[in-house]
Design a binder for this molecule. Structure first.
Ligand SMILES: Cc1cc2nc3c(=O)[nH]c(=O)nc-3n(C[C@H](O)[C@H](O)[C@H](O)COP(=O)(O)OP(=O)(O)OC[C@H]3O[C@@H](n4cnc5c(N)ncnc54)[C@H](O)[C@@H]3O)c2cc1C
Ligand code: SF4
Length: 316
């Protein structure tokens, strides 16, 4: 069953009892094929005005239906929010980025192969209490084990927006922080905290900071069209050679993207040099608690953090 929503109200009304929104459809279509989706599909792609980018005094507002391609290639967004645009223009493939929307990228579902398999049960599908990945093959799983589900959160964009303390506008909830969108990872049935009838309409970024230094780096098993094994988004603000502020977030290693607050604290007030960066990179895995098959990711985290810090200060 399929509903073509022409307005936010229409979409939310239809969604309030059952069903799933479809924006760009790059995740939804694949789950339709696997029979892993709650019907009806509520198509929101043709709702007007949700694909606009607006710059104002206090920041920037981006409609949830804006495609990742338009965000990644937007000159002013690249200048003002480099740590946000870097992943949006490198993830997946150009074809996917042309369809994939901001809202869909934040709310996409896990890539865990047990979840995606049409015949297997899993807590996230709600049809089993047993996580087959935890005792089975979890080599692509988390190395920061925050909760029952051991599949990494798939959203590179969510990871990037965390470093801007972005806010997400949700119908029926108003503006919530990107951290609140994802919660603490303790509920294995979902990747975000949105309830029935709640739709993301906009993302708000704070006022741009002049001359921020930003870098994004991911390690993955092939060059294109793959989710990363580890990804790091780094923003540094410098006062001379001293780090006056730092924001780092880590993706693909836990069931939610999260900020490396302990690393940020270490960096702030210290010189932007290799000694500081080495210490920061080592500290980045202090909270890690890998699964039997994910210990290899720790070295990747350390290498990615170090690389982004070095890359960030090298940017002009
Ligand atoms: C080969 C490949 C590689 C990829 N690599 C990466 C990667 O490295 N990093 C990464 O982040 N992504 C990656 N992706 C995923 C891609 O970014 C997502 O499929 C895409 O962003 C989803 O956007 P969409 O608009 O197509 O969402 P849809 O498929 O339309 O929807 C996805 C989910 O979001 C919900 N949704 C959509 N819009 C809203 C809204 N406004 N409010 C509330 N819920 C909403 C839908 O109900 C659905 O549950 C990859 C995809 C492929 C195929
Ligand atoms: S890791 Fe998560 S998605 Fe995968 S089987 Fe376990 S609960 Fe399901």
């Amino acid at each position: 069953m399929h509903i073509q929503a022409k307005s936010i109200e229409e979409a939310v009304r239809a969604h309030s009892t059952e069903g799933e929104f479809r924006a760009g459809g790059t995740d939804v279509q694949e789950r339709i094929r696997a029979g892993n989706l709650s019907l009806p599909i509520i198509d929101i792609q043709s709702i007007a005005v949700l694909d606009e980018i607006e710059f104002h005094e206090s920041g920037t507002t981006i409609g949830a239906l804006t495609t990742l391609e338009s965000i990644g290639n937007h000159d002013q967004l690249q200048r003002d929010y480099p740590a946000f645009t870097l992943p949006t223009r490198t993830l997946a493939t150009p074809q996917i980025r042309n369809f994939a929307t901001l809202g869909g990228s934040l709310c996409q579902r896990t890539r865990c192969w047990y979840y995606r398999h049409p015949e297997l049960g899993c807590p996230k599908k709600g049809n089993s209490d047993t996580c087959l990945a935890r005792d089975g093959n979890h080599q692509r799983g988390v190395c920061f084990d925050f909760g029952p589900c051991v599949a990494p959160h798939p959203s590179s964009v969510g990871c990037a927006l965390l470093t801007y303390d972005a806010q997400v506008e949700v119908t029926g909830r108003g503006k919530i922080s990107i951290g609140d969108l994802y919660g603490d990872g303790s509920d294995p049935t979902r990747e975000h905290t949105l309830e029935k009838g709640q739709m993301i309409t906009h993302v708000h970024l704070p006022k741009a900071i002049e001359n921020e230094k930003a870098a994004y780096y991911r390690m993955m098993s092939r060059k294109w069209a793959e989710w990363p094994a580890v990804e790091v988004v780094t923003r540094l603000m410098l006062d001379g050679n001293v780090i006056s502020d730092a924001k780092l977030s880590l993706g693909a290693v836990a069931n939610i993207p999260f900020r490396l607050t302990e690393v940020e604290e270490l960096l702030i007030g210290n010189p932007a040099n290799d000694d500081t960066f080495q210490s920061a990179a080592q500290l980045s895995v202090a909270r890690a608690n890998p699964l039997p098959q994910t210990g290899h990711k720790l070295k990747m985290v350390v290498a990615c953090v170090l690389h982004t810090l070095q890359q960030a200060v090298a940017t002009t």
